[in-house]
Design a binder for this molecule. Structure first.
Ligand code: PEP
Ligand code: MN
Length: 369
């Protein structure tokens, strides 16, 4: 592989005229590829209207392809005889990539900024529940320093017999509670038929882990202008997550915030495995903000504070936490809920850490005061 890499870098630095269009895909041919096979690969590339740059190394032959990367990506070059590897030079998520947008994006959720040094402090119950409870929780998290209120009105549940959420009534209640307590609200949409309704009531639309690759849903949400909280699927790679963001961006909605919420692991000791490295990793790949959700990542209130702080230390652009005033009667995710008092203590520590790192926590905008 070392041989191939040095041949590659020599090829890229010396062979390609600086003024030419850049190479977007490199084909590494099998050792011993015949002249007839090489000619065939070049003919195939040129038949697509692309240019091929040939470099014969001592051990391997490399062909750089210049042209429209979208067309090139669709071509099954690996199926051509004599081709060993197809190496894309650019990431497949064009709009989400750092190359496309080297500065971090700052997403504005009705006045609350997330990204580029601003932390989103999202808190609230898993599900929208009865009105007095929603007011109690909202008042408590706002007093603790949360700047966005959450609550699911459409709940994606493993069991069809479990509480499914209050639907549109829940959305109305969430909106009223958000307005009364002066916080923008985020809530999940689980179905493409509800996108318009959710966008009507919510300041930010959540795509849950189970729907991260519901491409029809992502496309529909991309046609709105609402900020989106895109949660990482429980078995999704970072590339998968960024490709899902790309679905939304490519429809014209640039307001995407990513969320690391834990991935599947072999160990049932925690609900999921908190992938804290995903945060700095995402920052090397994308301009989009990424926040952490230690509630779903761990499923354990005793582990949430440490993971929330670890997330901020790792560079997260916000923290999403479930809070309930009576977890034992919660309609969903009670066992992982922090009590308001526990959230208050944690929020204080998060503020200290944010300050230490020179981050800002957006305060509630005037429009809500
Ligand atoms: C939620 O936020 O309540 C939720 C269902 O999250 P996730 O999609 O990450 O499981
Ligand atoms: Mn939940």
């Amino acid at each position: 592989m070392r041989v191939v890499h040095s041949a590659l870098s020599e090829f890229l630095t010396n062979r390609v005229p600086k003024h030419s269009l850049s190479i977007v895909v490199i084909l590494i041919l099998k050792s011993g590829a015949t002249d007839a096979q090489i000619d065939h690969v070049i003919a195939r590339v040129e038949s697509l209207g692309m240019r091929a740059h040939l470099s014969r190394g001592t051990y391997r032959t490399i062909i750089g392809i210049i042209g429209d990367e979208n067309i090139i990506r669709e071509e099954p070059f690996c199926a051509i005889e004599g081709v060993s590897e197809v190496v894309p030079v650019l990431p497949p998520y064009k709009l989400a990539s750092l190359e496309a947008h080297p500065e971090p994006s700052i997403i504005d959720v009705s006045g609350i900024k997330i990204g580029g040094g601003f932390l989103g402090m999202i808190a609230g119950p898993c599900s929208v529940e009865d009105e007095p409870r929603m007011h109690r929780i909202a008042a408590a998290v706002r007093a603790a320093g949360a700047n966005i209120f959450r609550g699911g009105a459409y709940k994606p549940r493993t069991s069809p017999y479990a509480f499914q959420g209050l639907g549109e009534d829940g959305l109305k209640l969430l909106r009223d509670v958000g307005d009364l307590h002066g916080m923008p609200v985020v809530t999940e949409v689980t179905d493409v038929r509800c996108v318009e309704t959710v966008a009507k009531y919510a300041d930010m639309i959540q795509v849950g882990a189970r729907n991260m690759q519901n491409f029809v849903l992502l496309t529909e949400i991309g046609m709105t202008s609402r900020p989106v909280l895109l949660k990482r699927g429980m078995s999704a790679t970072i590339t998968d997550l960024l490709m899902s963001a790309e679905y939304i961006l490519s429809q014209g909605n640039p307001n995407v915030v990513l969320c690391e919420r834990g991935i599947k692991s072999f160990d049932p000791a925690t609900r999921n495995l908190f992938d804290v490295a995903a945060v700095p990793l995402a920052h090397t790949l994308t301009h989009l903000p990424i926040i952490v959700d230690p509630s779903h990542a761990t499923g354990r209130p005793d582990l949430i504070p440490a993971c929330a702080l670890a997330g901020i230390a790792a560079g997260a652009d916000g923290v999403h936490i479930e809070v309930h005033d009576q977890p034992e009667v919660a309609k969903s995710d009670g066992p992982q809920a922090l009590l308001p008092e526990q959230y208050r203590e944690l929020a204080e520590k998060m503020r200290c850490m944010a300050e230490m790192l020179g981050k800002t926590i957006s305060t509630i905008p005037k429009v809500y005061a």
